[in-house]
Design a binder for this molecule. Structure first.
Ligand code: SF4
Length: 419
């Protein structure tokens, strides 16, 4: 499946209760149902024992038990097209700048996060490497082949950054180290730097230090939920998942100490039941620590425990996107901003003309993430259509055009400037 054809127009988003934001009360995940024994821990794949045949394309090949990290990793559809291991075109994008790699095992991720397509409860209906994640398929490719292709391209590589996404698995700490070593043995990490999207649940301070010592550039923590209550409901006890808010913060603080200012950050999903003020207070907290936030607009991932819930309304998303950019890159503080009684942004802490300047520039509405080679506030990790369909873009994987900015202004409920 290409990244163009999933999800249709599900995100012409209005909140379930008719209000213009996703409230806590309206964003309750479904409870997970028990997985039949015959489908647990990759049993189907292990018993079929099909031999590996190089690249695995979801829905085209048969999964094999040998397809596990560190020998294999999965990569986003965008990365697979850019690397040339998969054919296809991306709407309005010629390539992605980030080679997103994901550890893979027949047993899959042992966590059960409610918004995630990779969650454990899906074992009943899809084998791990066949699951959709942030709206796209993730082909599995031998790590040696990836390194060979990128090393062969040398200075001509389209990639500005590589990212290793750990999942929750007993082997993920060791295998992240092996994947990082396989990369740095052939590719200079000062040419294509490496980010780690960590799994704090299995990590200690020494693990964070080891990744830094081996050449990782940026360390991020996928906090995802903006408040402890949402975290617990979507990634902890609420869905029989092992994660704990406090442990995530512990590892985030290790990352701050070890990787240093501007070299650590957190992923946050907007629209899972937090108020805009809660989310932006968290963004401020990260900036005060010396880090950055990378935002995702909630999208109901097919097959997840939240696939019945509404995507984040566009006005909520745009307000948070703009305010986060101003806090992260323009020195505005959350306490200078104005919020209404429901925690929605009604003032950005800047004169109107200044706000208009940032809106017109458009960078605030691009995908946020670890930087590439263009400028510090432009993410290498552009995740084309990872949080929306192309027909109603949430995070722009390219510089928005004048026409895009007109749509963004309408979504922000700012009058369209003529001329
Ligand atoms: S730990 Fe990550 S990959 Fe695993 S279910 Fe949670 S969000 Fe998905």
């Amino acid at each position: 499946m290409s990244c163009l054809n999933q999800g249709a127009d599900a995100s012409e988003a209005q909140a379930a209760d008719g209000r213009s934001f996703n409230s806590f009360a309206s964003m309750e995940p479904r409870p997970p149902v028990a997985t039949p024994v015959a489908a647990r821990n990759g049993k189907r794949v292990k018993e079929a024992a099909v031999p590996p045949q190089g690249v695995y394309l979801p829905n085209n090949n048969v999964l094999t038990p040998q397809m596990r990290s560190p020998e294999y990793v999965q990569m986003s559809t965008a990365a697979a097209i850019t690397l040339g291991v998969m054919s296809g075109k991306m709407h309005r994008c010629s390539c992605t700048r980030c080679l997103n790699l994901l550890l893979t095992y027949p047993e899959g991720c042992r966590a059960n996060c409610a918004y995630c397509g990779l969650a454990r409860h899906r074992a009943a209906d899809r084998d791990y490497a066949a699951r959709n994640f942030i709206r796209v398929d993730w082909p599995a490719v031998p790590m040696a082949e990836i390194v060979e292709r990128v090393a062969r391209d040398g200075d001509r590589s389209p990639f500005h950054r590589m990212c290793i996404s750990m999942i929750t698995h007993p082997r993920s700490d060791e295998d992240t180290v092996s994947v990082l070593k396989a990369w740095t043995s052939r590719i200079d990490p000062s040419t294509i730097p490496v980010s780690i999207l960590s799994n704090p649940t299995t990590m200690e301070r020494a693990d964070v230090q080891r990744l830094k010592d081996l050449g990782a550039d940026i360390f991020t923590v996928a906090l995802d939920a903006a408040t402890p209550a949402i975290f617990d409901r979507t990634r902890g006890k609420g869905v029989q998942s092992p994660h704990k808010w406090q442990k995530y913060w512990e590892v985030l603080h290790h990352a701050r100490d070890i990787f240093g200012p501007q070299k650590f950050g957190a992923h946050i999903i907007v629209g899972m039941g937090e108020t805009e003020h809660e989310l932006l207070a968290l963004v401020q907290q990260l900036v005060d620590l010396g880090g950055h936030s990378h935002l995702f607009s909630f999208f109901p991932e097919q097959g997840s425990l939240m696939d019945h819930l509404p995507a984040t309304p566009r006005d909520q998303w745009r307000r948070v996107q703009l305010a986060r950019y101003l806090i992260d890159y323009a020195g505005v503080r959350v306490d200078q901003m104005v919020f209404d009684g429901e925690g929605r942004v009604t003032g950005y802490g800047l004169p109107e003309a200044e706000v208009e300047r940032f809106v017109s520039e458009g960078v605030a509405f691009r995908t946020s993430g670890c930087p590439g080679k263009f400028r510090d506030d432009v993410s290498a990790c552009d995740r084309p259509y990872g949080d929306s369909p192309p027909s109603n873009i949430a995070s722009y994987p390219f510089q928005p055009t004048k026409q895009d900015l007109g749509k963004i202004r309408r979504q922000l409920k700012i009058p369209v400037v003529q001329g």
